[in-house]
Design a protein around this ligand. Structure first.
Ligand SMILES: C[S@@+](CC[C@H](N)C(=O)[O-])C[C@H]1O[C@@H](n2cnc3c(N)ncnc32)[C@H](O)[C@@H]1O
Length: 312
């Protein structure tokens, strides 16, 4: 594809789905499915997802771990465009998976197929406000996918743990963990410098007066979870690896790559430690590598599944 003239976050999330699908750590995912068997006696599993974007994790859960049971899935994202897109997409994928879809009076969706029944509520809201306002022990499974590296873990994670029932599960997937690779090299020293400053920009990001992310979220999560009343049931790598086949990227993955290059551009274009002309040329070369089906992109992530062990 040619270099996009404009960039759209929803399109980025759509393009990211296939990459996330193949990146999710299978061992951690399988352990989640097995751990949910222990919750089979729960009449209606209460699931909460925060930072749910366009709802791709609901689709994955409906196609696997939530099958053959009844559940109530509440998904919250701060961006109303995401909520709107998630609502628009839901019927389409749910019907494709074989669900009958009905709308309830309060705008939630009911997905039904054989012995599976999932009530889905898609809301716009802020995760910090949500954890402060929601009653403790009100959920059995708490999910966040590609989200924990955008927030202040020290503030939000204890609040998330409070929402979980004792014995409840916490599944945190695609947590960025400190490595970004763009190949082939353009100028190795300059390449390294860009990535170093890009990671630093994640560490220094402030949103709403709070730290918003960390370039080593994956490993910090593991340590923080060990300090809470949790048992880590499984953890593993979920790295993104995007590469061309015969110089073409599958589906919308070239858009995803252009978007990543664009994000680096937005973040560093006015950075005082980078020569602007050199950087502009570097960005143009990276876009050209995508266009020519030459770029390989990798980003290190960690998935973790934990169980709350005691009442807090
Ligand atoms: C990288 S996106 C991931 C979205 C989705 N989980 C996915 O992987 O497709 C992060 C999402 O978190 C949402 N977000 C960021 N800060 C938030 C907050 N404080 N409360 C709720 N959602 C938030 C953003 O709007 C965005 O949709």
């Amino acid at each position: 594809m040619s270099i996009p003239q404009t960039y759209d976050f929803i399109d980025y999330l759509v393009a990211k789905k296939t990459i996330d699908d193949r990146s999710l750590n299978r061992t951690v995912w399988d352990r989640l499915q097995r751990a949910l068997v222990d919750h089979e006696t729960i009449e209606r599993l209460r699931v909460l997802e925060i930072g749910s974007g366009i709802g791709t994790m609901i689709e994955r859960m409906a196609a696997g771990p939530l099958m053959r049971r009844s559940s109530m899935y509440t998904a919250v994202d701060i961006n109303p465009d995401c909520t709107r897109a998630a609502r628009l997409r839901l019927s389409r994928w749910a019907k494709r998976l074989g669900f009958a879809v009905s709308r309830e009076k309060d705008a939630s969706h009911l997905l039904e197929a054989d012995d599976t029944r999932i009530r889905v509520d898609l809301n716009t809201g802020d995760a910090y406000a949500l954890v402060a306002e929601t009653a403790p022990h009100s959920c059995d499974l708490l999910l966040a996918h590609a989200f924990m590296d955008l927030i202040d873990i020290q503030t939000l994670l204890p609040g998330m743990m409070r929402l979980l029932e004792s014995g409840g599960l916490l599944f945190l997937s695609l947590n960025f963990d400190g490595d970004t690779v763009l190949l082939p090299a353009i100028a190795p020293d300059f390449d390294d410098r860009i990535i170093q400053l890009y990671h630093r920009s994640m560490d220094e990001r402030i949103v709403g007066g709070r730290p918003a992310g960390d370039s080593r979220t994956g490993r910090r999560l593991l340590v923080t979870l060990l300090q809470c009343k949790t048992e880590i049931l499984a953890a593993g790598a979920s790295d993104w690896i995007v590469y061309p086949h015969h110089r073409r990227y599958p589906l919308r993955e070239s858009y995803f790559l252009h978007h990543i290059v664009h994000t680096i551009d937005e973040e560093l274009a006015h950075h005082p430690e980078i020569d602007p002309e050199h950087f502009k040329t570097w960005i143009a070369k990276r876009h050209a590598q995508v266009e020519n089906g030459e770029l390989v992109f990798m980003a290190k992530h960690i998935d973790v599944l934990a169980r709350k062990t005691g009442r807090k």
